[in-house]
Design a protein around this ligand. Structure first.
Ligand code: ADP
Ligand code: MG
Length: 379
């Protein structure tokens, strides 16, 4: 009999592992007016943003890592995902999110392009590399396995769809979220594909991304309004030690965090906005509860957090990328996203705006006043 490790079987749970928060500011895009309202200090892992409501103030946020527009996809992957992947291959679960307004660089970070592959293709490549190394040094004559299975689902308006299957145009219900006898939550009928090569993964993943886009177009939605969750299950049987390790990695491209009520007012959008914001709102509460070691974590309050429950908090590792568009005109979205992602904020004098040589110092002000009234220039 092999010993089961991982997915609840790790002998010494490490409660209260915090969710890491990594900030990435994308470059200015063609046609965007360049300004200096967002500045990254990579060494200090912090970012400052000029408060557009009161330009004499600068808001300073600290993260576990913070990247400017020069950061490469490789750098982001190596410094943040590689340590997570090592743990996943030892039987832990990990969940990685990209949060931010539409256009901030979530899909670029998580998916990337053929020339600049993002976290998904780089992770899959590293997992297959790991598989190759494991099987190459396995003890002959013993049973050694390194199985990789992937699932890919979309959550739109609290409804779950399988992205590996073409969407039936009449399908409104989506997949059911259920609990088994051991109270493990699962998505009934979600396909898990066994993947044996990187090439096979790329084919399946590309097809699934097209399914997502086609379904969205047919229903007159944008895929930026849904959450896409790639799940990678790894099962390693080590013949030398007689142990089985089961780890899971979730890589999630979240719906745009912008408030759609500001950009349009038809009923569909309002309805969507409410549903999307429910998931994001609950996700924020779950992250806060985990990071403040609260006794109750509100997993059950949204479909996404319910599905992710076993892979988020407790002994599981979590990482949230907060993607930022640097232009001044996105200040409200930037401000909202930064506050969502981190509670670590200081307000300092903007020495530049004040045109003084004073050393910036920390002042306390009522932060709520920044959000309670929106300036007309941003509405
Ligand atoms: P989102 O998924 O958050 O809506 P995208 O990832 O689609 O945003 O990014 C919006 C645009 O910005 C795309 O054209 C993308 O190629 C570009 N972009 C985003 N991040 C970067 C980056 N780090 N380097 C270069 N281009 C980027
Ligand atoms: Mg996107």
């Amino acid at each position: 009999m092999m010993t089961q490790l991982g997915q609840g079987g790790v002998s010494s749970p490490r409660p209260g592992i915090k969710i890491k928060v990594v900030c990435r500011v994308r470059p200015f895009l063609k046609g965007e007016e360049q300004d200096n309202s967002v500045q990254v200090n990579h060494a200090e892992r912090s970012l400052v943003v000029v408060n557009q409501r009161n330009p004499s103030e600068v808001l300073k946020y600290s993260f576990d890592n913070c990247y400017d527009s020069q950061a490469t996809q490789e750098e982001i992957f190596t410094e943040n995902l590689v340590p997570l992947l090592q743990e996943v291959c030892r039987g832990l679960d990990a969940t990685v999110f990209c949060y931010g307004m539409t256009g901030a660089g979530k899909t670029h970070t998580i998916q990337g392009t053929p020339d600049h592959p993002g976290l998904i293709p780089q992770s899959m490549k590293a997992i297959f590399q790991r598989q190759k190394e494991f099987l190459a040094k396995a003890t002959p004559g013993t049973s050694n396995k390194f199985d990789i299975q992937v699932s890919y689902m979309e959550i739109y308006k609290e409804t779950v769809f399988d992205l590996f299957k073409p969407r039936d145009p009449g399908m409104k219900e989506g997949l059911m979220v259920r609990e088994d006898a051991k109270r493990n939550v699962f998505v009934a009928g979600l396909e898990k594909k066994k993947i044996i090569s990187l090439e096979q993964f790329e084919l399946e993943f590309t097809k699934a991304c097209k399914n997502r886009a086609t379904a969205a177009t047919r229903l007159n939605q944008q895929s930026s309004r849904s959450h896409a969750i790639l799940g990678v299950d790894i099962k390693i049987e080590d013949g030398a030690t007689n142990k089985v390790f089961k780890g899971k990695l979730n890589l999630i491209d979240l719906a745009g965090s912008e408030d759609n009520r500001r950009t349009g007012n038809d009923a569909m959008r309002l309805d969507e906005s409410k549903a999307i914001n429910t998931s994001l709102l609950v996700l924020g509460k779950v992250v806060d509860a985990i990071n403040s070691r609260a006794s109750r974590i509100p997993y059950r309050d949204s479909k996404m957090t319910r599905i992710l429950q076993s892979s988020l908090g407790g002994k599981s590792l979590g990482m949230m990328f907060v993607n930022i568009a640097p232009a001044k005109k996105f200040f409200l979205e930037t401000y909202q996203a930064l506050n969502f992602a981190t509670k670590s904020k200081e307000i300092v004098n903007n020495a530049v705006a004040n045109e003084t040589k004073e050393i910036p110092r920390v002042r306390s002000i009522n932060l709520q006043s920044l959000t309670s009234k929106r300036p007309s220039t941003f509405s």
